[in-house]
Design a protein around this ligand. Structure first.
Ligand SMILES: [Fe+2]
Ligand SMILES: [Fe+2]
Length: 191
């Protein structure tokens, strides 16, 4: 079974051992869902909301409900903040969270390797979104065709990024939250 971010539809059975015991329905009311885990889930939801907002802006512009000037000034800070926060988030996970979690539960090691390679895949998609957005932001406003083409290229790159990120966030939560519920944040050394 391929675990490539662009092809998989969730974890294979051997990486679902804890998820079977702690399905999503029990997460929010479980005593071991501590402050750090709640904060981390909240950060993920922030990325999901930002992704919906970015896609919504692209659609509004495409449908002619936002002028190029308005869309460009709306997009610039939003995209910069989204990409910057996402990059920082991945760094914390790669260097702090994943090593701790995979040492605590070697049966999930393969899953953490997959999540780490997801980050590389997503990083390439972030670069593609950034570069296509830069081309759109610097396209001459008077040249409507070039502007629309550049906006379309950015919208496609943004969609690809959002699709990858959505899959990644869900699988990451499905691997990590059951482990936290099983062990507790304190025992995992999360605080
Ligand atoms: Fe991640
Ligand atoms: Fe994450």
């Amino acid at each position: 079974m391929t675990l490539d971010l662009d092809l998989r539809t969730g974890w294979p059975v051997e990486l679902r051992v804890l998820l079977e015991r702690y399905p999503r329905e029990v997460w929010q009311t479980h005593a071991n869902l501590g402050e750090l885990a709640r904060f981390w889930l909240h950060i993920h939801d922030g990325f999901r909301r930002a992704a919906v907002s970015l896609a919504g802006g692209a659609a509004e512009f495409r449908e002619g409900r936002m002028t190029p000037a308005d869309y460009r000034s709306w997009l610039t800070p939003k995209l910069r903040s989204f990409l910057g926060h996402l990059e920082g988030h991945h760094t914390i996970e790669d260097y702090q969270f994943f090593p701790v979690f995979s040492a605590a539960e070697p049966r999930l090691l393969r899953g953490f390797e997959v999540l780490e390679s997801d980050h590389e895949n997503i990083h390439a998609a972030m670069n593609a979104a950034y570069e296509s957005a830069s081309a759109f932001l610097s396209a001459p406003e008077a040249d409507r065709d070039t502007l629309i083409r550049a906006a379309d290229r950015y919208a496609d790159a943004g969609q690809a990024l959002i699709r990858k990120l959505g899959r990644h966030l869900e699988d990451e939560e499905d691997l990590i939250i059951p482990l936290i519920l099983e062990r507790g944040e304190g025992q995992l050394g999360m605080r």
